[in-house]
Design a protein around this ligand. Structure first.
Ligand SMILES: [Zn+2]
Length: 566
């Protein structure tokens, strides 16, 4: 979008559009910093409990000596948790691992979890984008989240936007609430979440204070150009279509002046699958394969490596749930042992996968092109849709999903979040507030299942978004700035039913179940059946400067706004 076209319209004044005038004094500046958020061992910023295993949590008597709190074991109910969140009263607060079953308390640490911040600055525009090794985080979750982080930042830093992206790590603490001792007890550890906010603010501050004049190079690759990427992605239980976003994108920022001249400031990697190669039986804290990706790239280039997950909805890492056939990673064999996760899944395997990903990132950087930056454009629009997941509503009432805004009596609960499109040089970043099925990004008119015509709900196809991203290098920041669950295309969305007897949700059966198609699991973890069309229509609106006329966009509100001026 050109400046002239924008300013011809009224919307211009509503948008945060910062095309700074090129001059000798205005420079593109970049800062990066990494701060540990591992709930383990000594940390100067932590004054809460540390158990004998080293994992943080309320102090307890380990009667059976298994290194974790078990139901019935006495514990010290820390009032600091209850004062933040009433649902913590008489509940054991510790590090419940997120993403698989309930009651998976951490018992040790393999590698650190991080808040890794990137500051991008040009003229009067200064924004922070942070990646955290967590399952999800929120823009405003009552006592924690990006709104709290903003309050912790010194206004003198002049940061206009704070975007927190989650890698969707399934081997780290519960930040959502649904993985506590049982489905009806909150698994969040309020004191720890306050700590995370504090450390995110610290990472942003360090990155802002270290910002340097920089130049940027951009690259991308895929399994055809980087065979080490082949066969790493699978679909949950084989859910059709077998469609993936196979592209890996990279970005590198190199200093141009003084002691930073020629030195690497940050390397960004953006790839698309669930970081859960350690699977559901592991209880050792780790950031999973992104750890090795970052470590490999920092060893090679220096600076801070930051990993962002993209469109990973229904996409899992090979071996997960027995899906996929590839067993060789970084030159080593890791055969799957049937019905034995302990033998199939290991840190050695996870690290080998990470090295194969890093190899591809290096190949993408070898081919990367320098791109001049003469402005940072930030556009955003709110996304609000009815929350029609009945299970979520029940969990909100129980104080489990209390990060989401509670409706007042008589009000329809709502999903409220944001979509951002950020453009600088040849790079365009688009955010997604959840786990986007890749076919929604690329367009379901072309990329859809054809195995079962009767299963088609006939809801109109969401507009394709990828083709509307008009820069050469396109980055997708998944789970940013919120985690609202799976974003499932309308034509294949079958709502779950409330299972009163078991207090949960029953997955809808596919109409071609007899042919081996799995049940519709993802819809049970989706805040709204309208997320896909709302996201695709609003994202398209931001990219095109107007909403598409597609039938799928009917009734979706598009109201772009700006919060700060250049
Ligand atoms: Zn997920």
């Amino acid at each position: 979008m050109s400046k002239k076209a924008c300013c011809a319209g009224l919307l211009c004044s509503l948008w945060l559009v910062a095309w700074a005038v090129a001059s000798d004094r205005v420079q593109f500046r970049v800062g990066a910093a990494a701060v540990e958020i591992t709930p383990f061992g000594q940390n100067a910023d932590w004054d809460g409990g540390i158990s004998s295993s080293g994992v943080w949590g309320e102090r307890f008597t380990d009667k059976n000596g298994n290194g974790r709190w078990d139901l019935g074991e006495p514990f010290e109910d820390d009032s600091a948790n209850t004062s933040l969140d009433r649902s913590a009263d008489q509940k054991y607060d510790g590090i419940y691992l997120a993403g698989f079953g309930n009651d998976r308390l951490a018992t040790g640490k393999h590698d650190d979890l991080w808040a890794r911040a990137l500051i991008l600055e040009y003229g009067g525009t200064r924004i922070a984008i942070v990646s955290v090794d967590l399952l999800g985080y929120y823009s405003d979750a009552k006592y924690y989240g990006a709104a709290e982080v903003r309050r912790l930042l010194d206004p003198k830093l002049g940061i206009q936007e704070v975007l927190i992206a989650s890698t969707h790590n399934h081997e780290g603490p519960d930040t959502v609430g649904v993985w506590g001792v049982d489905p009806l007890h909150d698994g969040k550890y309020p004191r720890y979440l306050k700590f995370v906010d504090h450390e995110i603010a610290k990472a942003i501050t360090q990155a802002a204070q270290s910002a340097q004049a920089a130049r940027m190079r951009l690259g991308r690759t895929d399994p055809e150009h980087s065979p080490s990427l082949a066969g790493l992605q699978t679909r949950t239980e084989g859910r059709p279509p077998q469609f993936f976003d196979e592209e890996m994108r990279v970005m590198q920022f190199v200093g141009i002046a003084d002691e930073w001249k020629g030195k690497n400031i940050a390397t960004i990697v953006n790839w698309n699958t669930h970081p859960e190669s350690m699977e559901d039986e592991n209880t050792i804290l780790t950031s999973d394969f992104p750890h090795t990706v970052r470590e490999s790239l920092e060893t090679k280039y220096g600076g801070t490596a930051i990993y962002f997950s993209g469109d990973l909805g229904a996409v899992e890492i090979v071996g997960d749930g027995g899906q996929g056939t590839r067993t060789r990673f970084d030159g080593q064999d890791f055969p799957m042992v049937k019905d034995d996760k302990g033998k199939s899944v290991s840190f050695a395997r996870t690290e080998a996968i990470g090295r194969d990903l890093a190899k591809a990132a290096v190949q993408a950087l070898d081919q990367a092109l320098w791109s001049a930056v003469s402005g940072i454009e930030v556009k955003k629009a709110p996304l609000a849709v009815p929350m029609d997941n009945e299970g979520y509503v029940v969990l909100m009432q129980k104080g489990v999903l209390n990060a989401l805004p509670m409706p007042t009596i008589g009000e329809v609960p709502k999903v409220s979040t944001w979509v951002y499109a950020i453009t600088f040089g040849d790079a365009q970043l688009l955010t997604v507030p959840g786990e986007l099925f890749p076919e929604v990004l690329y367009g379901v008119a072309r990329h859809r299942r054809s195995d079962c015509p009767v299963a088609d709900t006939r809801r109109p196809a969401e507009p394709a978004v990828w083709e509307r991203m008009r820069r050469k290098y396109r980055f997708i920041l998944g789970l940013t700035p919120d985690e609202m669950g799976y974003i499932v295309p309308g034509y294949d969305f079958l709502p779950p039913t409330l299972d009163v007897e078991h207090g949960g949700l029953k997955e809808a059966a596919d109409l071609c179940k007899a042919k081996g198609v799995p049940n519709h699991y993802h819809e049970t973890n989706s805040a709204s059946s309208q997320m896909a069309r709302a996201w695709a229509c609003i994202a398209s609106g931001l990219l095109d400067s107007k909403m598409p006329s597609s039938p799928a966009c009917k009734g979706i509100k598009y109201e772009p706004v700006g919060t700060s001026k250049p």
